[in-house]
Design a protein around this ligand. Structure first.
Ligand code: COA
Length: 259
């Protein structure tokens, strides 16, 4: 499918999904969200896609939020639908069992910060700016920012960031666990690619099961989550990939999970 607001390129198994509205700082309008949902569904179904990177076009913004021009026109019923629709799309990103990295190349505000948080890992360029400034617009975050931010940085820090609506620099984001790695802007693509190539050398089933155990486990009791872990551990032991990984160790050679 061709997209109006996204650039989608598969580079050696890594699908680069670039939100492409640089004149609006890549703000997420309804059309862009629909395309993002489609691109993620296609990535899930396509065996040639091993991992996904979400980023923004241009040097200034990752995504500067939901499109405020669209927000301005919403009534209460539509606003709830708008929120549920976006939450659903971001959930589908989070639940992808292939690794998803946000390459945060500039402003990641509001829905942009929420999109980055829905990705499994966030790599930020040193000029990235995170934040949930919705309160400044008389709104609250609607794409699960009130839920994912405290899970990443803790309740006290999340509330301070949410209530103030202030900007969070890349350096602070790394310090508080909102960003995993910060690098120079020119090194962003290489940093993401190196990280992903390292992940993709590991057992694909095990990588997918880690994502599933963390995502689902965090919404369960500790006891139930540990049972889920044990079940996935058992399924892994039924796979050729587990046999290959453990045999490779014992035979002192590099594991080859993909041939
Ligand atoms: N929705 C719609 N349009 C947006 C947008 C958003 N979230 N963020 C930026 N834009 C548009 C601006 O309206 C402007 O469009 P125009 O040239 O047609 O007037 C263009 O993108 C450039 O933005 P501008 O504000 O001129 O850039 P800046 O460098 O002065 O400021 C920001 C950058 C990110 C600080 C500022 O754009 C901003 O505060 N954006 C909104 C952030 C926000 O509140 N996000 C949460 C939304 S829920």
């Amino acid at each position: 499918m061709s997209y109006e607001n996204l650039l989608v390129i598969n580079q050696d198994g890594i699908l680069w999904v670039t939100v492409n509205r640089p004149d609006k700082l890549n703000a997420l309008n309804g059309g862009t969200l629909r395309e993002l949902d489609d691109a993620i569904a296609a990535a899930a179904a396509d065996g040639s896609v091993l991992a996904v990177v979400v980023t923004g076009a241009g040097e200034k913004a990752f995504v500067a939020g939901a499109d405020i021009a669209e927000l301005n026109r919403l009534g209460p019923v539509e606003a709830k639908e708008f929120s549920l629709r976006g939450q659903g799309i971001f959930d589908r990103i989070e639940r992808l069992t292939k690794p998803v990295v946000a390459a945060v190349n500039g402003f990641a505000l509001g829905g942009g910060c929420e999109l980055a948080m829905a990705c499994h890992i966030r790599i930020a360029s040193s000029n990235a700016v995170f934040g949930q400034p919705e309160v400044k617009l008389g709104l609250i975050p609607g794409y699960a920012g009130t839920q994912r931010l405290p899970r990443l940085v803790g309740r006290g820090r999340a509330l301070e960031i949410l209530l103030s609506g202030r900007n969070v620099s890349a350096e602070e984001a790394e310090r508080i666990g909102l960003a995993n790695i910060v690098c120079e802007p020119a090194a962003l693509k290489e940093t993401v690619t190196t990280l992903l190539n390292g992940i993709l050398a590991n057992g694909p089933l095990a990588v997918g099961h880690c994502i599933e155990a963390v995502n689902h486990g965090l919404n369960m009791s500790f006891e139930d989550a540990c049972r889920l872990e044990a079940t996935l551990f058992g399924i892994g032991a039924a796979s050729d990939q587990m046999r290959e990984g453990t045999s490779a160790f014992l035979e002192k050679r590099k594991a080859d999970f993909r041939s």
